[in-house]
Design a protein around this ligand. Structure first.
Ligand code: DGI
Ligand code: FE
Ligand code: FE
Ligand code: FE
Length: 188
């Protein structure tokens, strides 16, 4: 790990301009949520910047990494939507030298959530959903919840993401269902 500028340059090399702008908006949203929730602002910044680091890697890179790092072979049944976070965290560790497990878990869980999420993980999961360019029915309600109660924003997203996946006949990664069960009944 080096300076923020060095990190930014490495991320920019991996991403198309649109995606690079998205991760910078997630960074800013994550910093604001960190300030509101007494979470380490620098960790929020780094996690926001790196969360989609692997989003534009070819499938072969993920398949190789699943084998090399002996990740759950069930992952092979999924695709980029799941791999870029879960497997992306391993690429971030080895290519960027980021070893902070809270940051790595925030990347791992940013798409599906998890039963247990630290405050930083909740922030990245939420910031990715509500960053200023996001525009979908419900995003304003999600933003209002995030300003008041981070856990309720997590539950809101877990509920509507699962509904979206089912509605569209997409494969549901088991962790997405675990997240729903852990958060939605608890934070109505
Ligand atoms: O990478 P981003 O586009 O910023 O956002 P993301 O990583 O949160 O989500 C990427 C996509 O993954 C989004 O369209 C929702 C989808 N997704 C979330 N949970 C699941 C999922 N897709 C599948 N197939 N299964 C899931 O459980
Ligand atoms: Fe993502
Ligand atoms: Fe997300
Ligand atoms: Fe993202």
């Amino acid at each position: 790990a080096g300076t923020r500028d060095e990190l930014l340059a490495k991320i920019e090399k991996q991403l198309k301009p649109k995606r690079f702008k998205h991760v910078q908006r997630v960074e800013q949203t994550a910093i604001a949520l960190a300030q509101m929730n007494d979470v380490d602002v620098e960790k929020a910044s780094i996690a926001g910047l790196v969360h989609d680091y692997a989003k534009q890697r070819p499938d072969e890179d993920f398949i190789a990494a699943i084998k090399q790092y002996q990740l759950d072979p069930i992952l092979l049944n999924y695709g980029n939507a799941i791999w870029h976070g879960v497997v992306g965290a391993e690429l971030i560790k080895h290519e960027l030298g980021i070893y902070d497990e809270d940051i790595l878990n925030a990347v791992r869980h940013h798409t599906t959530g998890a039963i247990y999420m630290s405050p930083l993980e909740q922030i990245i999961y939420t910031a990715d959903y509500i960053e200023p360019a996001r525009d979908f029915p419900g995003v304003d309600e999600a933003r209002q919840l995030a300003d008041k109660n981070l856990a309720k924003a997590v539950a809101f997203q877990a509920k509507y993401t699962l509904a979206y996946l089912v509605e569209n006949g997409k494969p549901v990664y088991p962790k997405s269902i675990d997240t729903y069960n852990a958060w939605v009944p608890r934070y109505p």
